[in-house]
Design a protein. Structure first.
Length: 63
């Protein structure tokens, strides 16, 4: 699953989540089992970029 898809899924599951909560959730899913520091750094940047880009979209109202 692509990072954008994971971010959108996390937003649907918890529309009121902060960017930090989204980043943690997506990063943990995307990097499970990964031990390479370079790969982890790359994933962290990708997750951060995706969250910045996608959280600018309108969010559904939280009821």
């Amino acid at each position: 699953m692509q990072i954008d898809d994971l971010v959108l899924k996390a937003l649907r599951e918890d529309p009121g989540a902060s960017e930090e909560d989204l980043a943690t959730k997506v990063f943990n899913i995307r990097t499970s089992g990964d031990k390479n520091i370079g790969a982890l750094h790359k994933r962290a940047k990708e997750v951060g970029d995706a969250i910045k880009r996608l959280t600018k979209l309108p969010r559904p109202a939280v009821s």
